[in-house]
Write a protein that binds this ligand. Structure first.
Ligand SMILES: Nc1ncnc2c1ncn2[C@@H]1O[C@H](COP(=O)(O)OP(=O)(O)OP(=O)(O)O)[C@@H](O)[C@H]1O
Ligand SMILES: [Mg+2]
Length: 315
């Protein structure tokens, strides 16, 4: 099968730092691959290699069957990249930025203008189109950045942490856009630090740590490994912590964590466990101020997969 993009055994070192230690990533045409990892895991390095901006020290990567080193120029015609840090020109307007990119991609000026207007409208930026980018909010810049990567109608698009720093409403806008792209048959590589985001968008998730894939699969498969959801309990009276912890541990059959003082969390496989925890807490008259069922955070995913926390990692 010709993968939309494929990386095999990628290694990249910066002096003594091994950013990538032999990483494999691949996606079928029209699929969304979520690359989930904490700060410094190697996400941006992998994206830069797949985008022909960086050469690997070992391994190979291809887009549409074309090698990113040997056929870099051809690969660039297939891809769009939204970097982790804004790549648009602050002194130009939204329209000028997109038209300029269109011209660099050899579009006729009239076509570049039409494409710019279409994208600005699609990202809710029509009103701001004539304003200099330096007057934009962070969320508007992010959206302009995404629009910029779509000017050339790429087959494959790399979105490097596209929602980091966005408020929840803007995050939803980006999610909607990613889904629309995938529906159009565009292949998406999305890096993120949020399991929730990968779960919402990705067909396959690769969890990476220290430049290695430590888990790979569909969101469903991954959730089966790390526990589908997390129960959080905060007893009203800290004196009840041990008793509550014993209940939670017994029902979940997993080790209970205390990510913050007075709070207990544990991964569970389904909401039946949640119901049982609620019932047992009530039966033992343990009042709570907080009780919730949610997807695990990246940190909890890491703890389950590796036995250590993302923050310990950085230290
Ligand atoms: N140009 C560089 N020179 C030296 N070290 C680098 C360089 N770029 C990245 N690194 C190191 O390589 C490792 C991987 O970095 P990378 O930027 O790929 O991680 P990331 O997963 O994108 O992190 P973040 O979530 O913070 O964006 C880190 O240890 C980083 O410090
Ligand atoms: Mg990065």
């Amino acid at each position: 099968m010709v993968w939309a993009f494929e990386a095999e055994g990628l290694v990249k070192r910066y002096g003594k730092t091994t950013a990538l230690a032999g990483i494999d990533l691949r996606a079928e045409r029209g699929a969304v691959l979520g690359v989930l990892g904490p700060n410094g895991a190697g996400k941006t390095t992998a994206v830069r290699i797949l985008a022909t901006l960086l050469r690997p020290d070992a391994g190979r990567a291809a887009v549409g069957g074309l090698d990113v080193v040997k056929d870099a120029a051809k690969v660039r015609r297939l891809i769009g990249l939204t970097g982790q840090y804004a790549s648009v020109d602050e002194d130009l307007t939204g329209t000028q930025n997109l038209v300029l990119i269109g011209q660099l991609l050899d579009l006729r000026t009239s076509d570049a203008k039409a494409r710019a207007a279409e994208l600005l409208a699609g990202f809710g930026l029509s009103e701001a189109a004539g304003k200099q980018v330096k007057t934009y909010s962070g969320g508007m810049r992010r959206r302009l950045d995404l629009a910029a990567s779509l000017v050339g109608r790429p087959d494959v698009i790399y979105l490097d942490e596209p929602t980091t720093g966005l408020d929840p409403a803007k995050r939803e806008d980006v999610w909607t856009m990613v889904r629309a792209l995938a529906n159009d048959g565009v292949t998406v590589l999305l890096t993120t630090q949020y399991l929730e985001e990968a779960d919402a968008l990705a067909d396959t998730i690769s969890v990476i740590d220290h430049g290695k894939v430590i888990a790979n699969g569909s969101p469903g498969e991954l959730k089966r490994v790390v526990g589908g959801q997390t129960v959080l309990v905060r007893p009203s009276d800290p004196a009840h912590l041990d008793a509550a912890g014993a209940i939670v541990a017994a029902v979940a059959g997993r080790k209970v964590e205390s990510p913050a003082r007075g709070v207990l969390t544990v991964p569970v496989d389904g909401d039946a466990a949640f119901t049982e925890i609620v019932q047992r807490l009530a039966r033992d008259r343990i009042p709570v101020t907080e009780l919730s069922l949610r997807l695990p955070s990246l940190d909890e995913v890491f703890f389950t997969l590796t036995g250590h926390h993302t923050k310990e990692d950085a230290a």
